[in-house]
Design a protein around this ligand. Structure first.
Ligand code: GDD
Ligand code: MN
Length: 386
């Protein structure tokens, strides 16, 4: 027997303890305390004849968003809170929210009312009555729009959209949208392949699906944020490129290793620039110039990995300097291993390119593994008082 024959059946009560939920609305939150009540009130109006629940997935927001949601949930069983500790990330929050649901239909919507909640009922109508896996709220079609975004944000959103369409072959008009509804079965077929990083959960799902998802797009106007501020920053661009690479490489290599490797390659350029500068402009002896270059490249690598690769465990204040010292010491061991392995292979086989590359590979892997354990160990707690 199908427990959800028609979500719009007027005889269906919005909440009935004897019947399962038809639609779970997943709302990722970080510092959205002042938007919670309004969003619940609006969803309740839109979904009045549907058995729905709303699941806030909060990453231990310092403003106390999780406590607020739990207080409401005490007297409202349609409201739930997943309170994550020591974690950050919009995509991973959405995934955890969706995985916690047993409803046939799952919606993802931002927690700042920029997404038009009225569309939830249209989406549910389409997904429950038509043969589609996914309904996407789209800003880039007739009737949709991005409100009063500045030129830079409009251009970068368009560029990112075109890149994913060309690079990953995604046919959605708005793959960057964070507003969509998907059948639970379709989501579960993708979940084992997701990269789960960054902000672009819809793109991740569509690009990870083992068979192409059948989708329909509906237009919406991206509104002004109700309260609070955006968490989108420059680092989202880095995460986006990592997502593209990760999807292209088939997830064989951890994204953090890719990030570490790219920063390391840029570090080589920094090294050579400093070396050239010290030799030509400052007239230093080669050894002194090389020492300056090694230190400069290490500081560059440490700084960028701290803000990009390990942004969730970012070290600041006094910890930043302790981390830098640990990083330099750990990478020095990596350099010794690099030279040792390269010399060993060179002595045995004599191919200098191969020996050099083998040394680099061992050095990079050592640096990556050792620094992730010693310099940026995973935090158990990140709770801060409001
Ligand atoms: N749990 C959790 N963890 N939630 C987060 C995190 C996080 O690390 N970062 C952001 N959020 C929540 C916010 O609280 C908000 O509810 C939602 O995710 C979107 O974040 P915003 O900071 O409001 O993002 P935006 O409005 O700038 O970007 C939106 O539009 C983009 C389209 O241009 C998002 O929907 C993006 O996904 C979308 O690509
Ligand atoms: Mn927003």
């Amino acid at each position: 027997m199908n427990p959800t024959p028609n979500p719009f059946d007027p005889s269906v009560r919005a909440f009935d303890e004897h019947l399962g939920v038809q639609l779970s609305v997943i709302v990722p939150t970080f510092n959205e305390i002042d938007n919670i009540e309004e969003i619940i009130a609006r969803v309740r109006i839109v979904l009045k004849s549907v058995r729905w629940e709303i699941i806030f997935v909060d990453d231990d927001s310092p403003d106390g968003t999780a406590a607020k949601v739990k207080a409401i949930a005490q007297s409202d069983p349609q409201v739930r809170c997943i309170h994550r500790i020591g974690r950050r990330g919009l995509s991973s929050a959405c995934i955890e929210g969706m995985m916690s649901s047993s409803a046939n239909f799952l919606a993802v919507m931002d927690g700042d009312l920029q997404h038009d909640e009225a569309l939830l009922s249209t989406m549910l109508e389409v997904i429950s009555q038509e043969d589609v896996d996914l309904v996407v709220g789209t800003r880039y079609m007739e009737g949709g729009g991005v409100g009063d975004w500045d030129k830079t944000r409009q251009t970068s959103s368009r560029l990112a959209t075109q890149l994913s369409q060309k690079f990953l072959g995604v046919h959605l008009k708005d793959p960057m949208s964070g507003f969509f509804m998907i059948k639970r079965k379709a989501f579960e077929s993708c979940v084992g392949h997701l990269s789960s990083m960054g902000f672009k959960i819809l793109l991740d799902i569509v690009a990870s699906a083992p068979r192409p998802l059948v989708f329909k797009e509906v237009a919406f106007q991206f509104r002004e944020r109700l309260a609070g501020e955006s968490k989108l920053d420059q680092r989202v661009i880095w995460d986006y490129f990592l997502l593209l690479i990760d999807k292209k490489l088939g997830s064989h290599i951890p994204a953090s290793l890719i990030s570490f490797g790219i920063i390391g390659s840029m570090g080589v350029l920094v090294h050579l620039s400093i070396l050239g500068l010290c030799l030509d402009a400052l007239g230093l002896m080669f050894t002194s110039a090389q020492i300056c270059a090694v230190l400069g490249a290490m500081i560059f690598n440490f700084y960028l990995n701290n803000v990009l690769t390990y942004r969730d465990q970012k070290l600041s204040g006094f910890d930043f300097y302790i981390g830098l010292i640990k990083f330099v010491l750990t990478c020095s061991v990596g350099a010794v291993a690099n030279v040792g392995v390269a010399s060993f292979i060179y002595k045995g086989y004599g191919y200098w390119v191969f020996s050099g590359l083998a040394g680099i590979l061992v050095g990079v892997i050592w640096n990556y593994v050792a620094t992730s354990l010693i310099v940026w160990p995973k935090k158990r707690k990140n709770h801060q008082s409001p």
